[in-house]
Design a protein. Sequence first.
Length: 323
Amino acid sequence: MNSSLSDHQRLALKMAARWFATLCSGDVTPQQNQKWQVWLAQHEDHRWAWQRVESLQGQMHSMPGKFSYQTLSHAHRQSDITRRRVLKGLLVLLGLGGTWKAWQTPAGQGLLADTRTSTGEIKTLRLDDGSQLSLNTASAADIRFTPQQRLIRLHQGEIRITTARDPQPVARPFLVQTQQGMLRALGTDFIVRQYDDATRLAVLKHAVEVTLPGHPVPRLQVSEGHSVRFTGTAFGEVTAIESGAGSWNKGVLSVSDRRLAEVVDELARYRHGHLSCDPAVADLRISGTFPLNDTDSVLNILSRTLPVKIQTMTRYWVNVVPA
């Protein structure tokens, strides 16, 4: 897949992966940070390689096992062997090692998907049938329209779909397939988010039917204004959707009386590197509407309105801690 890469580009990718692992380790010295910036400015291939590695960061949230972004984020607390395994995972996904099996992971499939977004990117597509598909940050999906059905395969991230009436003489079902089950739109506007081990559905208009092949009662119909999280074998409780659900489609995060930890977790999805919330301030409550294209300004707002401060170790390692 990377046979067209030059030797210098291959080397640049390997160095970019190593720098990424280093910067996410949490114990970066000012000297190391300066060396990284010098390396980045040395050659156009270095900047190209760094962009490739950064684009993988958002997808690592859904990687299983040793390839997970969580493993990388906490590698500084683990052994050197763990760090080397995480680095190897990065190189595999960059096409510099491993087998085809690695590309069959959700993140690998995301790299090969029909449409995808990078970290912080949100985009909307008009499908052939007139339906609208929006992809949230770090998302990937395949679009498979046939004479029999209209199918979206969500590999990772989050999508919002507003279905249109099928122009075909015989209406085809509109389906969304996730790692856990199959969703069938019943003339609707809805959001689907893929987690590591579950799917969450939020129905904004009309209804959606969920099918789980491994469940004794395989079908559940979720009506307008409701949400459900499910695994491959079990449905969770059907609840009312949260205020501001789907606001990301307009480029904002809208919350009402939400825990600070939850807001920080959401912001983390839209920026490269590590962003976390100290448990000491996790339960502070917050309401408001915040722009997703400038998370630094949102963090500044939080520090001015709440008893917290923003602790920045590097541009890729930021914590929200007590003031």
